[in-house]
Design a protein around this ligand. Sequence first.
Ligand code: DC
Length: 217
Amino acid sequence: MIITIDGPASAGKGTLASTLAKIYNLAYFDTGMVYRAVGLDLRLKGQDVHDETLAEEAAKQLTFAKMTELSKNPEFRSSEGGVAASIVSAHPKVRAALLKVQQDFSKKPTFADGTPAAGAIYDGRDTGTVVCPEADIKFFITASSEVRAQRRFKELQEKGMDTPYEKVLADIIARDERDSSRSTAPLKPAEDAYILDTSSLSIDDVLKKACEIIENH
Ligand code: DC
């Protein structure tokens, strides 16, 4: 069983995907990690994330082990890490280099400790359209940019990071624009995706709806 969950930043994909993975005992693949890893790798080497050739090289050398190592760096999940990931993800050669590693996971999904799983939940931007177009169930999770910025602002405040709300909102709008307008695999729902707008739904409501859809399936 392969389930994909796509949508813009801070729409609630990660929470939904990891909770569903626990409920249905499926492996979880946060595909944003591959782009965050390439972005951070370049930044740590002092290289320009806008340089497609250097970014492609870093993407070709990415392994799961390297991604796990890079994910321990606090910069990996920072706002700057998200911007760098979004910039490298717009390079068609980077997307091509990272496609196989994402697709291979669906053929042999494994839990974090390496044990095999009966299926996987993917979370990303193009997992239902490009990475796993044959997925059994596809979700597209969205919410207004203001609601997503509020969530992100709260998250940053809880981490003690003092970024003004206006900057968080501007970053979300800029990231949406970059993710939706790139030439390769732009952010958009698959034709057969269930669309859930989480603007006025609680996490529990979204989870309930997703579980109903999965169980009816
Ligand atoms: O989900 P995230 O914030 O960790 O993703 C970081 C960036 O990676 C996002 O702005 C766009 C890119 N991305 C992508 O292009 N395709 C995916 N399947 C996942 C993420």
